[in-house]
Design a protein around this ligand. Structure first.
Ligand code: UDX
Length: 436
């Protein structure tokens, strides 16, 4: 099928390349000239395992092209909208500027029978408004949220655990759902759940899923706070409750909490939208989820301060990790970088290292010192903080080797990803999050 993908950021670039990889003819469109140039050359503008391969393949075969010219969308059967919906500068709500601009730009190039498939995360009610404008062109809007995780984006797009499509009532909706089934044919053929629903439900599925995940993380972090005043171990607690199949162990990793381009902004936008709808109280708990999450960053900072005897001033602190999670170079709302910035603000001599995220970090926080080499970053440190659980720190760094490099033997495990017994045995003072 011929497809267009409008917006070639994380979501759009991966979607375009993934759709080409399953045999569609895809044009990716973005207003950012430099992004388009990179993608045309088969270069991914961000670190995402597996993306460079499918990008190069698609571009080389001619099935995947990129342009800044929106007119290139004409002739595609389905137009995916994958632009960003960031948090508003002066509030909690989602900024829909890019979604509206994409639809405005696309409208003149739509033909009757075309499908416009919204993938961006939007406040519930957005699709219904956009649908009217799109229907005037004889085209049909569907809402087809994306659940990809950074680091697993290619797999999540090509082989998702479910597909959700919000359609209008009647035959136009049925036809649109059939076309989406065709787009996602390989997944549909292997039996991936394909849920057809109304616009509001489709929009809500996405924010509800992210709200649930954020709640799960903050729940265990709240338990970590209780563990801290009782001497309990939140990791053992998570293991024990995680055995209950109704609860499950995943997303019960206590630590410095969630960050990234989705969870934080999506729960805030959800609260803001619920308030607009007069139902703020229904999701009032999300404010608490956000507050717990932010408190954990401060907790990590406090652990460093207390472990260094009450002040970090002039102390060298090696911060291992800057990305909001491993397998990503994304630093948006990164707890790791936030911890580094706070420590530096308190006068610590902070050295940050990360396998992928240094370039992005330096752009946003040029005041921090960055060292690419992990061992060099550890050298001479009075204290070490692990804030992103890259394998380079959790598996490939032995406490003995680390001890041969640092000045002090203090380790703060902001992700509860190290073995406390092994570090203590090697002479380290180990501090976890919600662990004795
Ligand atoms: C998330 C959703 O998982 C995805 O479905 C949605 O489409 C976009 O938002 P992503 O932002 O890539 O994906 O990251 P995710 O893997 O969900 O992790 C989010 C944050 O939670 C990270 O900062 C991670 O470190 C943190 N986290 C995750 C925890 O603190 N503890 C956990 O147990 C799991």
């Amino acid at each position: 099928m011929r497809l267009s993908v409008i917006g070639c950021g994380y979501l759009g670039a991966v979607h375009a390349a993934a759709m080409a990889s399953i045999g569609h003819e895809v044009v990716g469109i973005d207003v950012d000239e430099s992004k388009v140039t990179a993608l045309r050359e088969g270069r991914a503008p961000f670190f995402e395992p597996g993306l460079p391969e499918i990008l190069t393949e698609g571009v080389a075969s001619g099935g995947l092209t990129f342009t800044t010219d929106i007119a290139a969308a004409a002739g595609a059967a389905v137009h995916f909208i994958g632009v960003g919906t960031p948090q508003q500068k002066d509030g909690y709500g989602a900024d829909l500027t890019y979604v509206n601009a994409a639809v405005d730009a696309l409208l003149p190039h739509l033909s009757p029978g075309d499908i416009v498939a919204g993938k961006s995360t939007v406040p519930v009610g957005t699709a219904a408004v956009l649908a009217e404008r799109i229907a005037k062109k004889g085209a049909t809007l569907v809402w087809n949220p994306e659940f990809l995780r950074e680091g697993w984006a290619v797999k999540d797009t090509i082989d998702p655990d479910r597909l959700v499509t919000g359609v209008p009532e009647g035959s136009a909706g049925e036809r649109a759902a059939d076309i989406l089934r065709e787009v996602y044919h390989p997944s549909v053929a292997k039996g991936t759940p394909f849920i057809v629903t109304d616009y509001a439900t489709a929009e809500l599925v996405k924010v509800a899923a992210n709200a649930f995940l954020a709640t799960k993380i903050s729940f265990i972090n709240a338990m970590a706070e209780i563990a801290e005043v009782t001497g309990a171990d939140v990791t053992a607690l998570a293991d024990a409750i995680g055995h209950d199949a109704r609860i499950g162990r995943r997303f019960l990793g206590a630590g410095v909490g969630f960050g990234g381009g989705c969870l934080p902004k999506d729960i805030r936008a959800f609260s803001a939208r619920a308030e607009e709808l007069g139902r703020g109280e229904s999701v009032a708990f999300l404010r608490e989820i956000d507050a717990i999450n932010l408190r954990r960053r401060e907790r990590a900072v406090q652990l460093v301060i207390s472990s260094l005897g009450g002040s970090v001033h002039g102390k060298r602190v090696a911060v291992l990790g800057a990305a909001f999670k491993p397998h990503s170079d994304d630093i948006r709302d990164s707890p790791a970088l936030d911890v580094a910035v706070r420590l530096r603000g308190l006068g610590a001599d902070v050295v940050v290292t990360d396998p992928q995220a240094i370039e992005n970090s330096r752009r946003v926080h040029p005041q921090l010192t960055y060292i690419e080499d992990r061992d060099e970053a550890l050298t001479g440190a009075d204290a070490v903080v692990v804030v992103t659980e890259w394998d380079e720190y959790r598996r490939q760094l032995s406490p003995e080797h680390a001890a041969s490099l640092t000045h002090g033997r203090i380790i703060v495990d902001g992700r509860n990803c190290l073995d406390p017994a092994a570090w203590r045995a090697a002479g380290w003072e180990y501090y976890g999050m919600g662990r004795p």
